[in-house]
Write a protein that binds this ligand. Structure first.
Ligand code: THU
Length: 127
């Protein structure tokens, strides 16, 4: 993994500490890198009405977009758990909205995987 992606993953790992996950206990952090080099982070935020919860990836992307950023080069996801997972289907669709070539790095404390959103969401819906 390049130094750049390592640094992005470190931001995601820090963001996982802010997770509000009293229901699942699953603490997730994410960090999206913009073409201009800026980074926006997000964490999962759960709700007693479960379906209102938001994933870390979408929290990070929505933060960036609401600050005027749309050109993303990579997104990192860190889960503070022995279980490791790639982004959920909803987050894949949202990442893909901003480019099929975006790098995706997901990790937990002992494993890291690198891929692209095109690989994770073949045949994506787009307008
Ligand atoms: N979660 C994420 O933050 N990202 C994903 O890609 C999948 C799941 C969160 C949502 C919920 O707070 C918890 O993990 C368990 O599903």
């Amino acid at each position: 993994m390049t130094k750049n992606l390592n640094a992005l993953l470190e931001v995601a790992r820090e963001a996982a500490k802010q997770a509000y996950a009293p229901y699942s206990g699953f603490r997730v952090g994410s960090a999206v890198r913009c073409k201009d080099g800026t980074i926006y982070s997000g964490c999962n935020v759960e709700n007693a009405s479960y379906s209102l919860s938001i994933c870390a990836e979408r929290a990070a992307i929505f933060k960036a977009v609401s600050e005027g950023k749309r050109d993303f080069t990579a997104i990192a996801i860190y889960v503070d758990s022995d279980k490791i997972f790639p982004p959920c289907g909803a987050c894949r669709q949202v990442i893909h909205e901003f480019g099929s070539e975006i790098f995706v790095i997901y990790a937990n404390h002992d494993e890291t995987f690198e891929t692209t959103i095109a690989e994770l969401l073949p045949g994506a819906f787009s307008l």
